[in-house]
Design a protein around this ligand. Structure first.
Ligand code: 0PR
Length: 409
């Protein structure tokens, strides 16, 4: 069932539902299409308002926007037509691999973390000789693993967390059985930005000869820089010998335009597990190792451009400023009567909980005040992305205090 609001244009003409829903016979002038889009889309949330504080995406960097629009016809689904883009993708993967302690990593810029995680499980399945395949994931793992398992005919086994919201290593060991093909660790959980004990999981994977995938969709562009900034950031990447693949998403903290996820395999052999030959395209024998066929070369070019332009120094500066606001936010929430943080933030994600108020009620009040937050079963998630500035955090805290006063009184 579709629902579209009636929109009052400048001439106060009401665009009727049927009119909006049908294709024009004689097309409308560009100017009126653009006017209508401006008017309708202005109703959405905008990153630059600072009101989107529960999302892992942000406004793409101006260079990425420029590059993306300039090269938006490039299609990596037909690599023979665009060998220069293929080369840029290899270079981008090489740069990401180097960031993740493995310049020899092989992989692709894909549609997002969902595709990246699914490709990792696909590789694990294809490399395994087992009939009934099980994959062990933390209870905190993103739902993309459930989607992938459904598609690939795998059984997902979710195991519990310890008091620091990391996966319980002993529970993982217990869950391993003869059907297990892979384990997953998360470096920056969706709900709280927690990093699982990746080095311990790496050891288990080696000992039991299991495929080990690390989901650093969010943390991949945070942890390497935190470490260099002197924060206490644990090892999570290819420096740990059991890690076979990593998800790292440029369209989250990498500031790239959507769609840009990243899947990196430890070596070319692993990537080849999901590669398909395509015989008939302009390049002659070509190969695809992604779920999608036709895919955005512009995304890849934008990621390459950002890695080259921002370099480690600028990404570090961005992470430092997000972290300083995160600490301010976390500190001040603890000062508000009846509210607390779930755990000291390991990255720029804060979980707000309450032992006094119904957290859903607080989230509802925040939404009424036009704050776009995410609501998890026991906490509100705030993600301090680069578009979130000090004044936004201050206004948010003011509103939060107002809500607590209202509900408390
Ligand atoms: N892995 C982790 C750890 C994630 O947090 C996410 C998504 C994914 C994988 C899947 O990534 P894609 O969404 O790129 O496929 N995390 C965000 C979330 O679920 C996705 C998101 C981003 C949602 C921006 C809303 C939003 O406004 O919260």
């Amino acid at each position: 069932m579709f629902w579209l609001p009636n929109i009052q244009t400048r001439s106060t003409r009401i665009i009727r539902l049927e009119r909006v829903m049908t294709m024009e016979n004689k097309g409308l002038p560009q100017s009126s299409v653009l006017r209508e889009l401006e008017s309708r889309l202005s109703q959405d949330f905008a990153y630059n308002s600072g009101r989107i504080i529960g999302s892992m995406c942000t406004f793409p960097h101006p260079l990425a926007r420029k590059v993306y629009t300039r090269f938006l016809d490039r299609n990596l689904g037909d690599s023979g037509l665009f060998p220069a883009v293929v080369k840029l993708e290899k270079e981008a993967i090489h740069m990401l691999g180097t960031l993740l302690s493995n310049p020899k990593a092989s992989g692709h810029i894909v549609t997002g973390g969902t595709e990246a995680n699914a490709l990792a499980l696909w590789a694990a399945k294809k490399l395994s000789k087992k009939k009934r395949c099980e994959v062990i994931v933390p209870a905190s793992a993103h739902y993309s693993f459930d989607k992938a398992a459904d598609l690939l005919g795998l059984k997902i086994v979710r195991v519990g967390l310890n008091s620091r919201f990391q996966v319980d290593v002993e529970a993982i060991k217990k869950a391993v059985n003869s059907n297990t093909i892979a384990i997953v660790g998360v470096a920056g959980t969706t709900g709280l930005g927690v990093v699982d004990p990746i080095s311990e999981l790496s050891e288990i994977a080696i000992e039991k000869d299991l495929y080990f995938h690390v989901d650093a969709a969010f943390g991949g562009f945070v942890l390497p820089f935190l470490k260099e900034l002197g924060f206490d950031a644990p090892d999570f990447d290819f420096s740990l010998p059991g890690v076979r693949s990593i998800t790292i998403d440029p369209h989250k903290m990498g500031l790239a335009p959507i769609p840009a996820g990243g899947i990196l395999f430890r070596n070319e052999r692993l990537r080849k597990a999901v590669a398909w030959n395509v015989s008939y395209l302009a390049g002659g024998e070509t190969e695809q190792a992604t779920f999608v066929g036709t895919r955005s070369g512009a995304s890849v070019i934008a990621v390459w451009a950002l890695l080259k332009h921002l370099g480690k120094v600028s990404y570090k500066r961005i992470v430092r400023s997000c972290m300083s606001l995160t600490r301010k936010l976390a500190g001040e929430i603890q000062e508000i009567n009846g509210l607390d943080i779930v755990i000291e933030p390991a990255m720029n994600i804060v979980g707000i909980k309450s032992a006094v108020f119904d957290i859903r009620r607080i989230a509802k009040e925040l939404r009424l005040r036009k704050w776009a937050v995410s609501l998890f079963p026991n906490h509100i998630r705030i993600v301090v992305m680069p578009h979130v500035q000090k004044q936004h955090i201050e206004q948010f805290l003011k509103d939060l205090k107002g809500i607590v006063n209202k509900l408390g009184g």
